[in-house]
Design a protein around this ligand. Structure first.
Ligand SMILES: [Zn+2]
Length: 87
């Protein structure tokens, strides 16, 4: 992931902070855009767990191509739900 932004910088940008150079990188980097969506999703899952509600649907896996990204989904939310129901 050389050249891409660290999670902390992605979080700052998602909160409306961050440097102009980082914002430019994010605007042109599909991997960092996906990582930002994933980071926001993870925060929602943490919030759901803390509030005892089902987590939101997961972010589709990053594949590097928009068409295949739309077709693929991860099953982490299903796996999470299964674990929570089994507990
Ligand atoms: Zn990047």
């Amino acid at each position: 992931m050389t050249g891409c932004l660290p999670d902390r910088d992605l979080w700052d940008l998602s909160e409306g902070d961050g440097a102009d150079g980082d914002r430019e990188h994010l605007a042109g980097c599909r991997l960092c855009q996906w990582r930002t969506r994933r980071l926001a999703h993870d925060v929602k899952v943490i919030g759901a767990v803390l509030h005892g509600v089902p987590p939101p649907a997961s972010v589709p896996a990053y594949t590097g191509t928009p068409a295949s990204t739309a077709r693929r989904t991860t099953s982490s939310a299903v796996a999470y739900s299964s674990r929570m129901c089994a507990a």
